[in-house]
Ligand binder design. Structure first.
Ligand SMILES: [Zn+2]
Length: 363
């Protein structure tokens, strides 16, 4: 049985559903406020953590939602569906399951992919003591990624520059230039930042508090906005020869893709969440995936993300344009349709099962 009640209309509603589901299971909630910022209605913003099963269990699974704020509608629903359904009983003496709900609550509440620092959290896990990664392709088409205006003429010009870059260098290079991550344009897209953000530190602390000490651990980080409509791609950032990739490939019946290996709908990225997982768990057999659900074609996702960046730089809440763009970006990362929601929950359940099976197995 799939019940779509797990999906919410706002960050506050999603959090309410999550807290209700946790209480119904008798779980205590570790609420971590990002006190530096508030939501659009002045509401307090939290990442909330619950743990099921034995806290000292040898096998532990961490599931994270809203790494990319607005994508949290999907991951939050998967977490609430998990708590409301029979899969929660998978946790026990040998297996602990930890849910981190809304790790980028600012982005979730404000309907943004990025956080309060305009940082893409899934590019923020780099070593800030080392030279920051370069992305020369981004610099090449920066004026098309961060246009001066959202007027038809300006966008036509911008899209033309992107098409020309694609014709010269290949369209894979366009995706790479835009999405791989960049560390020099604080007002741009896919900006990885210059310091560990609140959500970065919070994720690391959750891993240290709840997952360190396990023998085997797994991470499922929920995302949307890439790949075919409603399909949940199991993405890894491992080389295909990496033992971590080979393990993921076995756990997920050959379905795990590799961004570096070139068979993912994502290009290879810098500073992704899985790096924190491995950093904080150096002596543990750890397997980290992103579960990425497709929504609309990638050019629409890009247009929405670019427009959202523009309004936060140049406009303010309440204008007609602001509301239009907020609708546009919501549609790009959250498909409010029953078939999509059903696909999300069915696939999430399936991937959770495969992950638990893998954690408990000999592999
Ligand atoms: Zn994402």
């Amino acid at each position: 049985m799939i019940d779509l009640i797990a999906f919410a209309k706002t960050y506050v509603a999603a959090r309410g559903k999550f807290l209700d589901a946790a209480r119904a299971r008798g779980l205590s909630v570790d609420s971590r406020e990002n006190a530096a910022v508030k939501g659009p209605e002045g509401e307090a913003l939290y990442g909330d953590v619950v743990q099921l099963g034995n806290p000292q269990a040898p096998h532990r699974l961490l599931m994270v939602s809203a790494t990319h704020g607005i994508e949290g509608y999907c991951g939050s629903a998967a977490q609430i569906d998990f708590l409301n359904g029979p899969q929660a009983d998978l946790a026990g003496e040998d297996l602990s399951i930890v849910l981190l709900h809304a790790n980028n609550p600012y982005g979730f509440a404000w309907g943004r992919r990025v956080n309060e620092d305009n940082v893409d959290l899934n590019r923020n896990f780099v070593d800030f003591n080392a030279p920051l990664p370069e992305n020369s392709g981004y610099a090449n088409i920066r004026r098309a990624i961060v246009p001066k205006s959202l007027d038809e003429e300006a966008l036509k010009e911008a899209n033309k520059a992107i098409t020309e870059f694609g014709k010269r260098h290949g369209f894979d290079r366009v995706q790479e230039a835009i999405t791989r991550g960049q560390y020099h344009d604080a007002e741009g897209l896919y900006y990885g930042g210059t310091f560990p953000t609140w959500s970065n530190k919070n994720l690391r602390d959750v891993i240290r508090t709840y997952i360190a000490g396990a023998d085997k651990a797994a991470l499922i980080d929920f995302h949307t906005g890439l790949g075919p409509y409603g399909y949940g791609e199991i993405i890894t950032e491992y080389e295909k020869t990496d033992p971590n990739y080979l393990r993921a490939s076995r756990w997920y019946n050959g379905e795990a893709t590799s961004t570096i290996g070139g068979d993912s709908s994502s290009v290879a990225l810098t500073g992704t969440t899985d790096l924190a997982f491995h950093d904080e768990l150096p002596d543990i057999t750890a397997t980290a995936i992103a579960l990425e659900f497709g929504t609309v074609p990638s050019n629409e996702v890009f247009a929405a993300t670019r427009a959202d960046n523009w309004i936060h730089l140049h406009d303010r809440p309440g204008t007609l344009q602001w509301d239009e763009v907020k609708k546009q970006i919501r549609h790009a990362f959250y498909q409010e349709k029953d078939d999509w929601k059903k696909m999300v929950l069915e696939r999430s359940r399936e991937v959770i099962n495969m992950t638990v099976h893998g954690l408990k197995g000999e592999d």
